[in-house]
Design a protein around this ligand. Structure first.
Ligand SMILES: Cc1cc2nc3c(=O)[nH]c(=O)nc-3n(C[C@H](O)[C@H](O)[C@H](O)COP(=O)(O)OP(=O)(O)OC[C@H]3O[C@@H](n4cnc5c(N)ncnc54)[C@H](O)[C@@H]3O)c2cc1C
Length: 471
């Protein structure tokens, strides 16, 4: 039989079709279409099956990428899905929103001369085929363990942990303060990157598996909230996956003016037909250079903003956000002002303009990133709405939960044992952004899966130490 792989020499890289910018500006639907079968097989067959697959070693989940590419290239899609779902709880989500250019595809050995294999698009194709063929089923436990685990937070870390623990036979309860599950997948990442039905489909599978969701349930001290102590009494172990939500401040005068808003406040509601924060017809200035800033730019365009300008203090090549997302934003009509930082938000009651200081790049710091310094030049940009997308810090969980014994780092992220995911409170584990700081979905999934193993080990050890055999 002829070798089905190594087609990169003759077969050029092709990405899935992107909807025209003029069309996608009008809705929040995903911008990429899926691969058709022939294209997915053809693109998967470009893999060189190299001896040391850097794509896999640079994937936080250690996905067996060359193996499922080979299966996909030869039409063995059911086996490809089975293999890919062994290491990834939500491959259809990673296929859509992982920054592949920085992870698997960026490290593909053919990338330099032939452009990488389009791993993310093939991953999405395999998983969507699996859904449409009915191959994706709830991972039911073989036996029930009579031990329960409480999970705080239903973002990707909490959901991955829930799925993994439930398949091992634990009774799993997820506590979520929002009305719907999904964390930032639902209440942050816009539909043009990840449509909401993709998340709902997974939540339904988790419910069918027996995971119990307590939605609209805050864990904390306010009215209607459940205390952390109460939760500890209810469950044999806890997993904390609360993410990071405290918006970083611009720390300039005028920040409390009306019309100066935070990125998540804006994004959470942006897709509603009548959002509380509506940028339609307005001149919008977005401050920041990360993926959240790009999401704000592109959401404001879809709401019908008159003009959207993104202001970032470094230049294009030194911004933290994905290059592809900047390109998408530019195609859709977003404008960029590089090397500029806000000095003041100006207005009487409502913001009217932003005074900007021009910056220049200095010497690289210890991370190799160029520092910035003001040049002494200023400019003014008119604005009816300013969206600050400057990153997020963790809430003060020990204070919120009145648990001084919950150790935190100097950044207020939770301290956990190395590789063990256990916090300073025995039996209480943590993962995702609340441990790493603002990070990526794929790392949150990894943390959820690994923490589930650690919790399983902890509870198995505990139960064998009691006279009854179970806690
Ligand atoms: C706008 C935006 C765009 C992004 N785009 C991407 C992207 O394209 N690709 C990518 O890989 N990553 C992206 N990220 C990052 C990614 O979303 C996060 O790294 C990931 O969601 C972290 O998962 P998590 O489970 O740790 O936390 P989260 O997803 O934040 O979930 C935490 C959950 O805990 C709940 N919670 C918090 N406190 C309590 C409490 N006291 N009681 C009850 N519930 C509580 C929250 O309501 C939330 O549902 C983006 C982030 C943002 C903000």
């Amino acid at each position: 039989m002829a070798e089905p792989m190594l087609k990169f020499v003759h077969q050029p890289q092709e990405r899935p079709v992107k909807r025209p910018a003029a069309q996608r500006r009008k809705d929040f639907g995903e911008i990429y279409e899926g691969f058709p079968l022939a294209r997915a097989e053809e693109q998967a067959a470009r893999c060189s099956q190299c001896g040391i697959p850097f794509c896999a070693s640079h994937c936080p989940l250690g996905n067996n990428i060359p193996d499922w590419l080979r299966l996909a290239a030869t039409g063995r899609l059911k086996e490809a899905y089975s293999l890919s779902s062994e290491t990834n709880s939500f491959p259809e989500i990673c296929g859509r929103i992982c920054p592949q250019d920085r992870l698997c595809e960026g490290n593909c050995v053919i990338n330099k001369d032939f452009k990488s294999v389009t791993i993310g698009a093939v991953e999405r194709f395999i998983t969507e085929t699996a859904f449409s063929e009915g191959w994706v089923q709830p991972d039911m436990p073989v036996t029930e363990k009579r031990l329960s685990v409480g999970i705080i937070g239903s973002g990707p870390a909490g959901l991955a942990c829930a799925e993994s623990l439930r398949s091992r036979g634990y009774e799993v309860h997820v506590y979520e303060r929002q009305a719907e599950a999904g964390g930032l997948l639902r209440y942050g990442i816009p539909g043009f990157k990840l449509e909401k039905h993709v998340i709902s489909r997974r939540i339904e599978l988790l419910q069918a598996q027996g995971v119990i969701f307590h939605l609209g349930q805050e864990i904390g001290a306010g009215k209607g909230a459940l205390s952390f102590d109460e939760l500890q009494k209810r469950h044999h172990s806890l997993f904390l996956a609360t993410g990071v939500y405290k918006a970083k401040q611009a720390r300039v005068p005028g920040e409390s003016l009306k019309g100066v808003v935070r990125a998540l406040e804006f994004l959470c509601e942006a897709e509603n037909p009548e959002p509380a924060l509506n940028s339609a017809g307005k001149r919008v200035v977005v401050i920041g250079g990360g993926d959240t800033a790009m999401d704000c730019v592109r959401s404001a365009i879809r709401q019908g903003a008159a003009k959207v300008t993104c202001v970032y203090r470094r230049d294009r090549s030194n911004m933290p956000g994905s290059r592809q997302e900047v390109l998408n934003a530019e195609e859709e009509g977003g404008e960029f002002m590089w090397l500029a930082a806000p000095e003041e938000f100006i207005g009487c009651d409502h913001v009217e303009s932003v005074r900007l200081k021009e910056m220049r790049l200095g010497v690289p710091d210890s991370d190799g990133r160029r520092a910035v310094e003001p040049t002494g030049q200023y400019s003014v940009l008119e604005a009816d709405m300013v969206i600050c997308a400057l990153g997020f810090d963790p809430e003060d969980l020990p204070a919120l939960w009145k648990r001084d014994d919950l150790a935190v780092t100097s950044w207020n992220t939770l301290k956990v044992t190395k590789n063990g995911y256990e916090t300073s409170i025995p039996g209480v584990f943590a993962g995702g952004d609340i441990v790493r700081g603002a990070s990526l979905v794929v790392w949150a999934i990894r943390d959820g899966r690994e923490a589930a193993k650690a919790i399983d080990h902890y509870l198995s050890t505990q139960s064998t130490q009691t006279s009854e055999g179970v806690l």
